[in-house]
Design a protein around this ligand. Structure first.
Ligand code: S3P
Length: 467
């Protein structure tokens, strides 16, 4: 078991480049594998989760030539060769590792194939509910067999001829939306998914990139089956969910000035910036490449004391992966923060409400836990502690950041799970725990950056938004 020992913050680097976006990397190899021909994918996230998707698509008949690797020898530039929408029956069980995205999106793809395939995953993935994809895919005519009432992995999908459906999502989930749209893509007629709240739209954008038309009308997203994708090279922007850890670290450090380069700025993912700005952080994000998946630099200037806020309602799907680090921001802020309408956190890689509450309390932060969120009272000094992360990469990284602001040393056990989404996190963290080589160069506060105006209002869709 790996362990991280966190020493108090010494330095916020001037610049951090986070690796490629996880959600887009998964989809890039899946959709490229369904094209006939070659797609060059640059800045692929070579984390364990995305490598599972890559291996799965290879097992289903696609080929991949690695053109460039990172410092660990893992692929970052790939040339994928697909053979069209008809995949090959896999010879063995597909291992999805820790990745819910791999298992749920692949379920949608497999539902329309003329064979039976089984997927499994690690201990954490084997506990996660697959019923949410099994239900709509069975309505379309596929057969899915998992374990118990939650239909957990190992999950067998027997695909075939499907029928188009209109499906109102019972939970706001981009993974379920994607599974239904991907099944509908290979089905005669119009398949529609209606989302209760807007969720990340990477599937829609990436399908459009490959020439497949997806139509949004309000909360309804539709796809006509039978559209042939055309291979087209793509570049994966940096992951805003990974950048979020450093946004919080910089926002909470007086005199810091951090540029996060080349970050994905898809509006269905930038909620974390909105929340931090509402908490009083100085942040600016400028889209420099607007086509397909927008991206650009994010600049954070520390100094202002953060203040508590309410996070809930329609903005929850937009910040769902950032709630653990936003909870840490809340602990560093003055006053109370309420996170609500976020029951989905209970079925992530671990129960993230219980995990965050437990670790914050161990660090001396008062937390009240609710079924769908928590109330955090910030502003007290954090105390270094020995923490678990329950195989959850985002819990490990969120509390590594908390450790930077704690008195004494914080130990986090089981940090090998960080490789799930952020290879290189430990190196960036080490920079923060090391005295800067040349402190003068670090005095870099720039005033002319047009930081976003703080909007003190709570988000629409929360009870406080009318006040
Ligand atoms: C993801 C969607 C979200 C998110 C996950 C990645 C995706 O899950 O939490 O990390 O790539 O579609 P849900 O769809 O379960 O909300």
């Amino acid at each position: 078991m790996s362990q991280l020992k966190i020493r108090p913050l010494k330095n916020i680097p001037a610049e951090i480049i986070v690796p490629g976006d996880k959600s887009i990397s998964h989809r890039s190899v899946m959709f490229a594998a369904l094209c006939e021909g070659q797609t060059l994918i640059e800045n692929f996230l070579s984390s364990e989760d995305c490598l599972c998707s890559l291996e799965a698509m290879k097992a289903l008949g696609a080929e991949c030539e690695v053109l460039k690797t990172d410092s660990r020898g893992k692929p970052v530039t790939l040339l994928m060769t697909g053979h069209g929408m008809k995949l090959r029956e896999p010879l063995a069980v597909i291992d999805c590792g820790n990745s819910g995205t791999t298992m749920r999106l692949l379920s949608g793809i497999l539902a329309a194939q003329n064979f039976k395939a089984t997927m499994t995953g690690d201990e954490s993935l084997q506990k996660r509910p697959m019923k949410r994809v099994a239900e709509p895919l069975e309505m379309m005519g596929a057969k899915l067999k998992g374990q118990g009432v939650k239909v957990t992995a190992p999950l067998t999908v027997k695909g075939g001829e499907l029928r188009a459906i209109t499906y109102p999502l019972p939970v706001a989930s981009a993974q379920v939306k994607s599974a239904v749209l991907l099944a509908g893509w290979n089905t005669f007629g119009k398949t529609t998914v209606i989302e209760p709240e807007k969720t990340r739209d990477h599937t829609e954008r990436l399908l459009a990139h490959f020439g497949v038309k997806v139509v949004r009308e309000g909360n309804a997203i539709s796809i006509y089956g039978g559209q042939k994708p055309e291979p087209k090279n793509l570049y994966v922007p940096g992951d805003i969910s990974s950048a979020a850890f450093w946004m919080v670290a910089a926002a909470a450090s007086p005199d810091s000035m951090l540029v996060l380069k080349n970050v994905g700025l898809n509006p269905t993912r930038t909620g974390v910036i909105n929340v931090l700005v509402r908490m009083g952080a100085h942040i600016t994000d400028a889209v420099t490449v607007g086509e397909g998946e927008p991206r650009g630099n994010v600049v954070v200037r520390g100094g202002e004391t953060l203040r508590g806020t309410v996070i809930g309602g329609a903005e929850i799907p937009n910040v769902i992966d950032e709630l653990p680090i936003l909870a840490v921001a809340a602990a560093l802020a003055q006053g109370k923060t309420i996170i609500k309408d976020a029951a989905e956190l209970r079925v992530k890689e671990t129960d993230r409400i219980a995990a965050v509450a437990k670790n914050l309390r161990l660090m001396g932060v008062p937390v009240e836990e609710f079924e769908d969120g928590m109330e955090i009272t910030g502003g007290q000094p954090l105390i270094g502690a020995e923490l678990e992360c329950w195989h959850d990469h985002r819990i490990a990284m969120a509390f590594a950041i908390a450790g930077l602001f704690a008195e004494g040393t914080t130990t986090i056990n089981g940090t090998e799970c960080i490789a799930t989404s952020y290879p290189g996190f430990e190196q960036h963290l080490e920079q923060c725990m090391t005295e800067p080589l040349n402190p003068e160069v670090v005095t870099k506060v720039v005033d002319h950056v047009p930081f976003r105006k703080s909007d003190s209002k709570a988000p629409s869709g929360t009870a406080d938004s009318s006040s």
